[in-house]
Design a protein around this ligand. Structure first.
Ligand SMILES: Cc1cc2nc3c(=O)[nH]c(=O)nc-3n(C[C@H](O)[C@H](O)[C@H](O)COP(=O)(O)OP(=O)(O)OC[C@H]3O[C@@H](n4cnc5c(N)ncnc54)[C@H](O)[C@@H]3O)c2cc1C
Length: 407
């Protein structure tokens, strides 16, 4: 194998390129980057530090060049020809491949008012989006966030730090409905309310004017200077679909992250894969660490490994001084056990009917729950059936449970 092309220079594509070089691949390596900036981290876009928003590179362009990775900046891949094994670029160039990785990520789910897009609103996915949003956020400015998901909530934190007025509109009965257990969502909602964020759940928007006047289903009228919609993301699958690859909540890959075409792989936010830890259920994960790990796994798979990708899904979010972490998937859990820690921190362990630990989610000050979530993650990976009483008891170290389960 001499030529690898990677479409998308986000977390996944870049980590795959670096892993290929680390694994000794010395052939041609092309990284197609639809954006104009040096490849950058997305999580800091909703968590700027005290100095404000800045671009956090994943790796510098010079470092990429030193590793002989060709970065095609501000160019889109426009088509994949599977017969000729080549990718067309928006500048008319074609790149031949022996192995292709599609790491095209995701794009914000569009917010619409019935059949039309509202006249004024933003999304937060790219650095350019973040620049547009943050230059409009000032003391006293009125921000309306549509959607009570992680990104909207992290943006609310930033807006409050700038002393903007924030109203968050969520159509579901509670925040973070798709993402975290109600007990954790309640802590986050209470923290936002204490900070002065107006949270309106069970609400839908019926109209938005060009001047930013928002009308809710119950007739309430809200004025705004800035509207940001954060109602989820959609996997970027158009190229794969046009190339005849199977799409199933993302580009469908097998356990090794390979598509139905033996020369094409997909990884990161754009793909769905059967997870061995969850009865082979097909899942799609939008997570920073997931994108990294999948990129690295895809690199090994392109070099011939047939190992399953079976990392435990993991996600974190920062909300003011609170840190939230989740490991695993709790969807099939029938029992939840709560472990109370110091300073109001707690961890929820989600168990299957047969007692197997499927997931753990925790919230606490800063990084307080990180260690226990890490240990829970190791128990999940071992398919452990820990004693619920032991999980509940904060005096009992999770590490000892790991030892019981062969850790
Ligand atoms: C604001 C924000 C905050 C986040 N915070 C967290 C967090 O706290 N914790 C966490 O775990 N995760 C977080 N995430 C999610 C995490 O950043 C993503 O899961 C991760 O970046 C996905 O990486 P990816 O490489 O799969 O996709 P992306 O990062 O979306 O990268 C894909 C790249 O491919 C490019 N591309 C697409 N199509 C083409 C084409 N045809 N040609 C060329 N290029 C193309 C795109 O422009 C993009 O640059 C956050 C995401 C955002 C947006």
């Amino acid at each position: 194998m001499n030529r690898v092309v990677i479409i998308g220079a986000g977390e996944c594509g870049v980590r795959a390129a670096l892993a290929l070089r680390d694994q000794g691949f010395d052939g041609t390596l092309d990284l197609i980057h639809g954006e104009r900036h040096t490849p950058y981290e997305r999580p800091p876009l909703s968590k700027p530090n005290a100095d404000g928003l800045s671009l956090t590179p994943i790796i510098g362009a010079i470092d990429l060049a030193q590793k002989n990775i060709t970065l095609h900046r501000a160019l889109a891949a426009t088509a994949i020809d599977r017969t000729l094994q080549q990718v067309s670029l928006s500048n008319g160039e074609n790149l031949a491949y022996d192995r292709l990785l599609i790491a095209t990520g995701a794009t914000p789910r569009p917010f619409s008012l019935g059949s039309h897009e509202p006249p004024t609103h933003f999304y937060l996915r790219t650095y350019d989006d973040a620049v547009q949003i943050f230059e409009r956020l000032h003391k006293g400015s009125r921000l309306i966030i549509i959607g009570g998901g992680f990104i909207g909530l992290e943006l609310a934190v930033q807006a409050r730090l700038k002393e903007a007025h924030v109203t968050l509109i969520e159509s579901a009965p509670r925040l973070l409905g798709r993402a975290v257990p109600a007990e954790i969502a309640a802590v986050i909602e209470a923290r936002h309310r204490a900070e002065g964020v107006e949270v309106i759940c069970h609400a839908s928007i019926t109209d938005i004017t060009a001047l930013g006047t928002v009308t809710l289903h119950d007739g309430r009228v809200l004025e705004s200077d800035l509207i940001v919609a954060g109602i989820g993301s959609l996997p970027k699958t158009e190229l794969a679909e046009a190339a005849g690859l199977t799409i199933d909540n993302g580009i469908a890959v097998d356990r090794t992250l390979r598509t139905g075409d033996p020369f094409i792989f997909a990884a990161g936010d754009c793909c769905s894969f059967p997870h061995p830890l969850y009865d082979g259920k097909r899942i799609r994960i939008e997570s920073w660490r997931g994108a990294q790990e999948q990129g690295e796994h895809a690199a090994r798979a392109m070099l011939g490994s047939v190992d399953d990708y079976q990392a435990v899904p993991w996600f974190w979010s920062d909300q003011y001084e609170l840190g939230l972490q989740m490991a695993g998937l709790s969807g099939d859990a029938t029992q939840t056990v709560r472990r109370d820690l110091a300073d109001g921190c707690f961890i929820l362990f989600h168990l299957a009917e047969n007692g197997r630990l499927l997931a753990a989610s925790g919230i606490g000050l800063g990084n307080n729950v990180a260690r226990d979530i890490r240990l829970a993650e190791m128990l999940i990976a071992k398919r452990a059936h820990p004693d619920p009483a032991a999980l509940r008891d904060p005096a009992l170290k999770l590490k000892s449970l790991l030892a019981t389960h062969g850790g």
